[in-house]
Design a binder for this molecule. Structure first.
Ligand SMILES: [Zn+2]
Length: 436
């Protein structure tokens, strides 16, 4: 098994011997530098870190620093800036995934974007080389958008790449995959699933060509990975990142058992979301990161809202670099399901995507006479067989919160409506649990 290419990239780039203590020493120095940099240049941090001593000597001291979060950015994104506005190369506006809340703006300099492209190229070299052709199913029309940066990064590394953009018509995209002899796909989990499931009998030429798939942008359900691997006999890799991280955060190595992190540019922590204290390796908590090299809009202890954990065993690929387990879901994507039970979208993903006809869904919870009724609208490629509803109900019962609720008579499964209407084209790609 090949060691993650992130290791030589980080070690050679920074000039130290490959050992975790050397990496941590480097990161602590970069954190100190960043603290001084932001307090000197950013009005937000000047106030936010007013009372904090900047010359920290340990990570323990750093854990006493206040968090930043999406609310701070939404309120006044320009106050985060550490450079003048004309040094900003790209502005990304993110609408809040909830119904309320102003949009967030993130600012990047050309240097910041270069670092992202470096990470993309090294991360992709885990499973691509000059013999490959990559089809990018992420938004890529705008200059410096995620798809554009990835495409340029790959081309710079001598890998052939084609910008396609999100899938709007699965059959058409499959025709492109076949015509271009694509060997690697990069896309959003439910979109790539659509490609795998839209034909009753997958095209053998496509299945033969596709060697690897990188899923990104979203929580990556294991059920989708399994479906893709069995349809195309390929390896599915997971990328974890968000715009705030500079679009890239971690990527699987060949072991595909957790991602190695972009440690040269980002310092990650996992904290208890209630107390804010760091949790032990192996325990789940909220992912928090600090940018180490960002020039335009550095983020200090930024709360991602994503639940994950550090794995506390060495990676089979043999690197000293730590691993972050795949994200379990977002804190805001969970709802109470009766007393002491919680339902995550991730739970529904794992259950529903196991059913072969399921391509996407929306869930609704309604209270009636002390019972919670769970209803679903499911997008399928075509009319479904008679067993479909039974399959869905059986899968739902594999979720402990639902199974226990049914047993306890406070949860029931209501309507399951099926639609072949293509939600992917009308902007409602994200799965949701609506509470009525
Ligand atoms: Zn590894």
């Amino acid at each position: 098994m090949k060691r993650t290419p992130l290791e030589p990239w980080i070690v050679n780039g920074l000039g130290f011997q490959p050992a975790l203590e050397n990496l941590r020493r480097f990161q602590l120095q970069k954190i100190r530098d960043t603290l001084h940099y932001v307090r000197r240049h950013s009005p937000f941090y000047r106030k936010h870190l007013e009372a904090m001593p900047l010359n920290i000597n340990s990570f323990d001291e750093f854990t006493r620093f206040p968090f930043t979060d999406a609310g701070h950015i939404s309120k006044n994104p320009l106050s985060f800036l550490c450079v003048s506005q004309n040094e900003i190369e790209r502005v990304v506006t993110l609408t809040s995934s909830g119904t309320s809340g102003p949009p967030k703006r993130l600012y990047f300099t050309s240097e910041d974007l270069e670092q992202t492209m470096d990470f993309f190229l090294v991360g992709m070299s885990t499973f691509t080389g000059s013999e490959d052709k990559v089809l990018i199913l992420l938004p890529g029309e705008r200059p410096d958008s995620v798809g554009d940066l990835l495409c340029r990064a790959l081309q710079r590394g001598g890998v052939r790449a084609v910008k396609h953009g999100p899938v709007h018509d699965a059959e058409k995209t499959l025709a492109v995959i076949k015509k271009e002899a694509v060997t690697c796909l990069v896309g959003i989990p439910t979109q790539v699933l659509w490609l795998a499931r839209c034909q009753k009998h997958p095209d053998p030429v496509v299945a033969d060509n596709i060697k690897s798939v990188l899923l990104s942008t979203d929580y990556v359900p294991r059920a989708i990975c399994s479906a893709l691997e069995s349809t195309w006999n390929c390896n599915v890799y997971n990328h974890y990142g968000m715009t705030e991280m500079g679009l890239g955060g971690s990527v699987d190595c060949e072991a595909r058992q957790g991602g190695h992190l972009r440690e040269a540019d980002l310092f990650f922590e996992v904290i208890d979301p209630e107390t804010g204290c760091p949790v032990s390796p192996g325990e789940y908590g909220e992912v928090v990161f600090t940018t180490l090299t960002r020039k335009g809009m550095p983020l200090i202890r930024y709360r991602t809202g994503d639940m994950a954990r550090f794995l506390n065993t060495p990676c089979p690929c043999g690197t000293f670099l730590p691993r972050l387990d795949r994200v379990r879901g977002r804190i805001q994507d969970r709802v109470a399901l009766g007393p002491k039970r919680q339902l995550y979208i991730a739970d529904l993903d794992e259950a529903l995507f196991q059913v072969p006809e399921c391509l996407n869904y929306q869930a609704r919870l309604k209270q009636q006479n002390g019972t919670t009724i769970l209803s679903l609208s499911i997008f399928t490629p075509e009319a479904v067989p008679n067993r479909f509803r039974d399959d869905i109900c059986r899968s739902l019962k594999s979720i402990p919160a639902i199974r226990d609720g049914i047993k306890n008579n406070d949860v029931t499964v209501g309507d399951i409506t099926v639609s072949t209407h293509n939600w992917f084209t009308d902007g409602t790609v994200k799965r949701k649990i609506r509470v009525e």
